[in-house]
Design a protein around this ligand. Sequence first.
Ligand code: BDR
Ligand code: CA
Length: 399
Amino acid sequence: MDSTKEIFGITRRQFVTSSAAVLATSGFAHEANAVTALARQPSEQGKSGPGAGRGPFRVIIDTDPGVDDALALLLAMRSPELKIEAITPVAGNVPLDLTLPNALRMVEIAGRTDIPVAAGARAPLVRRLVTATYAHGENGLGGAVFPEPTTKPVATPAADLIRQIVRKYPGEVTLITIGPLTNIASALNSDPELASMVRGLVMMGGSLSGGNITPAAEFNVYVDPEAARIVFQSGIPVTMVGLDVTRRTSLTDDHVRALEAAQNPVSQAAAKIGRNAINHNREGGYLVGPNMHDSLAVAGFLDPAILKLQDYYIDVETTGELTAGETLGYSPVAGDLRRRPGMEKDATNMPIRGSAPTLASTKTSPVLRDKFVPNTKVAVEVDSARFFDLLIGRLSGSK
Ligand code: BDR
Ligand code: CA
């Protein structure tokens, strides 16, 4: 295939280049690797410990608060490694009329009203909104009640603000997405050059081991699969922190007690949300607390030792009657496709196929890619204890 031929709107050459850039530019300092040093900031020299000395990294947090979003926002705002350029709420766990004020509440609680909060999409690109009040309560915060925020969102819509910020700092901004990807896809759709200017995208979303809203799909991708597909195919180096790892982050009574013991507004608010969410789960008959899905995406960016990542080509099912929103992970070194040591390179010649052709269509299976080229680093293992040390430590003010 001609290396410059268009595949899903980008050329193969761009695609290969951007995939290689995953290693070079991700905020995650990937395992010992020659290019890791390129990603390091000068301020990292001579420091150690979780996140110590990393960054500051310019980030935009796209979110749908959401119990775990709320704690993820508080974690991010308590982390000096991050220069949060904007927070962009989107409809997801609850409608935008709730996710927007919930985000503003978190900004006020953290004393970070300097961060612009911009209203995002009210609905997915082409689908009706499905919410998750069953998990997050009617108010999105597990029933934890906080005063109405007095801070106002900025006038610029989220997709426009994302575009403006990325263009202002080309190659510097990492998008941390912890909700449906509607805002990001809208920004990319409005500006074909934008993807090449994004440093990386760290997503809580997707799964290679089954879904949580359907057997196939994880909630954030399920809500707006078309948007997720645009993101995965954009050429942006993506890190996918999916259910494969976030299912191992159940919040416990002990965590909440540690937050309650710390006497600061952030830990008290986090404890209140956590306590309500645990009770909400118990009332629903669940034995374990809510998972801190979104905080894990933020924490993994702050401290790369929390997650182990593996290269995949990820695509999203958008047409399935039962499976829309499923993330498919192609890898030449996973499952039945494992090769003898030393032969992994040959395996990259594996073509990436779609479904078998129907009688009405062509004779051969569609080949989406003629060889394996990763577009995503997928989190496949998590150090849950290290994660909670960081989360509770930052929220309580002890780390
Ligand atoms: C994701 O869906 C939402 O309910 C959570 O906030 C998280 O972002 C988990 O599937
Ligand atoms: Ca979320």
